[in-house]
Design a protein around this ligand. Structure first.
Ligand code: ADP
Ligand code: MG
Length: 678
């Protein structure tokens, strides 16, 4: 990077130690960081309207000559009102400024200004209060607006950035090979930095933005590729072809084509001299566990142990039941390691794992990861609800001799996004559900139908089935905790007084959550009232109905995940979405769920309708935060950046050629900040 830009920000003229401290709060430490503090918005003085045509109460710019300043009115102590009359020929405009005497004094009669703000007043007497004002001959008609923090103003940031740009005089380091710039029609980086901060016109701004978004996505993809390279160290667990038809034959069902393909991918990966790093992504119910078991079978037949880690105890024991059901008839011993074992049993079990007596170990992350020794660990399988931070999984890889890694994820996301988010992993997609799955019949109704819906739930419970009711809330704070309790109490004493009710919410201690869930699973309760914490992945085959309150507050993908808790047995299942939002938009949205049962397609619709919030708002993906790219809408650039990055990686996998040193530096910088856990 250009020397001058990587020095501490105090080297910038006009930035002393005090201001540097303030900049640090914004994550800005160097001049380069400052250049990368991109505007969050712009004030566009260039698109002016005539006063007579100016919209009511919507921000706009007008150009007008100041005709007359009126004498100030001292309304009361601390409130002085300054007024002036302006005109642009189409109509007059009264300017109103409160208290800002200094600003008012700087305005001159006879001069032209551009005012940006909301026009009010009557049709005949239009007025504008406290607008932004610049002289009409000002060269910068589009002004950046930055995220601020205490002690710093827009003007200071603008001035400091201006100083930095001046000091390098267009000589900014260009990290992109010129071939790439041409191929992707990109402007120079210096042009981009100048015009993202001080755009000449909207067109230049668009060009600048395109370049910076491209760079960010390219850097992200290159960083992912580097991570992937890093995991291409050798493994001590090179396996050999083995015919796993015994496994297929022992299953109570026939695997779908995509399940078989995924198992095939895994087996092929494990035969190579570097560790597998694969993600199996599939909708709820697509049968990821059978894929994991197939991979584990292959590893065991090669003389290795396999470990499967789940986020919670209840999921661990569920996986244990499935895996032991599939594998024990084939003579494979499966262990379940959970916190509820007595210390004596636990240490005996660990000893048996260390000695290799157990070939497959299922447990929670904490147990398997931190305290268990293996005889010959060859495969680590992780069941994730969301994606963990990129690179975090590596802590587990330290066990054994670089064992193979398989990750299972139930969050379907559109393909273009998956390629970005999971760029460091190879991907197997389960995009076909096992045959004979009945779609979950889904209805959207208003609150008026609530008691009928509850009646329908009672009928199912009377048939010996179970159900879920998802509470009317999204966030878990104390106030809402109270409302969850009240809501459950109302059901308990009212509509469902003759039934056994469990209550599950995020504020419960983990052990209690587990026991509520277990009671439901063992049908000691009929109805589970729950917030959205109701676990992804828990199988309760006799649960056939779910009612979701305030359904319009959730994203479609989230609703789809939730309803995936039912329909996991042989019975016909239902989902009732209750909402009092009768807007056409909300109805259309929820109708998608009644019509579509494919999680991938739903996630695409969701992305279109709600934007990136659902996927990126909560940073579920664990990727570095993007400064300017928007991974939901910059699809075209995403594909371009991806193929550019992959082209570079193909020729120079570790980015060690001199012409790629700038890119390497950027990619490493992007991934060096610690990622939060999902
Ligand atoms: P998920 O992908 O949501 O984790 P699971 O692995 O829990 O799905 O599988 C859901 C259910 O489907 C389980 O009861 C499993 O035994 C069953 N299953 C898996 N594969 C098939 C298949 N090919 N045909 C029929 N049932 C299957
Ligand atoms: Mg699962």
């Amino acid at each position: 990077m250009l020397e001058a830009l990587s020095k501490p920000i105090t080297y910038v003229k006009g930035v002393g130690p005090k201001r540097a401290e303030i900049y640090a709060k914004l994550g800005i430490f160097t001049a380069y960081d400052l250049l990368c503090h991109f505007p969050r918005d712009y004030v566009d003085y260039s698109q002016q309207v005539e006063i007579i045509n100016a919209p009511d109460n919507e921000p706009c710019a007008v150009k007008a000559k100041l005709v007359k300043k009126l004498p100030p009115a001292f309304v009361r102590k601390g409130l002085t009102v300054f007024k002036a009359v302006l005109t642009d020929g189409s109509a007059d405009l009264t300017l109103i400024i409160y208290n800002a005497e200094y600003q008012f004094k700087s305005l001159c009669e006879g001069r032209e200004y551009i005012l940006y703000g909301k026009l009010g007043g009557s049709f005949m007497r239009r007025e504008i209060s406290s607008p932004l004002i610049i002289p009409a001959d000002s060269p910068d008609l589009i002004q950046p607006v930055y995220h601020l923090t205490d002690g710093i103003s827009q003007n200071i940031i603008r001035t400091n950035i201006h100083t930095v740009l001046e000091s390098i005089g267009g000589q900014i380091y260009e990290p992109l090979p010129s071939r790439l710039m041409q191929q992707n029609s990109l402007c120079a980086l210096s042009y981009a930095f100048e015009n993202i901060h001080f755009p000449r016109d909207p067109h230049s701004l668009a060009i600048a933005k395109r370049r910076l978004v491209f760079d960010e996505l390219l850097t992200l993809r290159l960083g992912m590729n580097l991570l992937r390279q890093r995991s291409l160290k050798t493994t001590g667990c090179v396996m050999k072809e083995y015919n796993i038809s015994d496994y297929y034959a022992s299953l109570p069902f026939e695997l779908t084509a995509c399940q078989q393909r995924a198992i095939g991918d895994c087996c092929a990966d494990m035969c190579r001299p570097w560790p597998m790093n694969r993600l199996v992504q599939g909708d709820v119910g697509s049968g990821k566990t059978a894929v994991a078991a197939g991979a584990a079978f292959f590893a065991v037949k090669n003389g290795y142990q396999a470990a499967l880690m789940a986020p919670t105890e209840i999921l661990a024991s569920q996986h244990y039941e499935t895996l032991s059901g599939f594998l024990e008839p084939l003579g494979i011993k499966v262990a379940l390691l959970t916190g509820s074992l007595t210390p004596k049993n636990k240490s005996a079990l660990k000893e048996a794992i260390r000695s290799g007596e157990y070939q497959v170990v299922v447990g929670t992350h904490a147990l398997v990861q931190q305290t268990t020794e293996f005889k010959r660990l060859g495969l680590v399988i992780t069941d994730e609800q969301h994606r963990f931070g990129v690179g975090q999984r590596d802590t587990l890889a330290a066990k054994g001799e670089n064992p193979h890694k398989l990750v299972m994820s139930a969050t379907p996301i559109p393909r273009t996004l998956a390629m970005m988010i999971y760029g460091d992993l190879d991907l197997s997609v389960l995009d076909e559900l096992p045959k004979g799955r009945q779609p979950i019949e889904t209805y959207a109704v208003t609150g008026k139908m609530r008691s009928r819906a509850f009646g329908f739930v009672r009928e199912r419970l009377d048939e010996g089935r179970q159900g879920y009711i998802v509470c009317p809330m999204i966030e878990e704070n104390d106030l809402e905790l109270q409302s969850v309790n009240e809501y459950a109490e109302k059901l308990r004493t009212g509509e469902f007084r003759d039934y056994r009710i469990g209550l599950l919410h995020g504020k419960l201690p983990a052990a209690e959550k587990d026991s509520v869930m277990r009671a439901f699973k063992e049908h000691e309760t009929d109805l589970l009232v729950s917030t959205t914490v109701v676990e992804v992945g828990v199988d309760v085959p006799s649960a056939v109905i779910m009612v979701i309150e305030n359904a319009d507050r959730f994203g479609l993908s989230q609703l789809h995940q939730l309803r995936g808790r039912v329909g996991r047995g042989q019975y016909k299942s239902y989902c009732i979405l209750i909402t009092d939002n009768t807007s056409e938009e909300s109805r259309q949205r929820l109708k998608i769920l009644s019509k579509i049962s494919d999680g991938f397609r739903i996630s695409e619709e969701d992305l279109k309708l709600r934007g990136p919030g659902d996927f990126f708002g909560s940073r579920q993906h664990g990727l570095p935060k993007m400064k300017i790219a928007d991974m939901s809408s910059d699809t075209e650039l995403m594909l371009l950046a991806q193929s550019a990055a992959d082209g570079i990686t193909a020729k120079d996998p570790t980015l060690s050629k001199p012409e790629h040193s700038g890119l390497k530096e950027l990619a490493e910088k992007l991934f060096e900040t610690p990622q939060p856990q999902a």
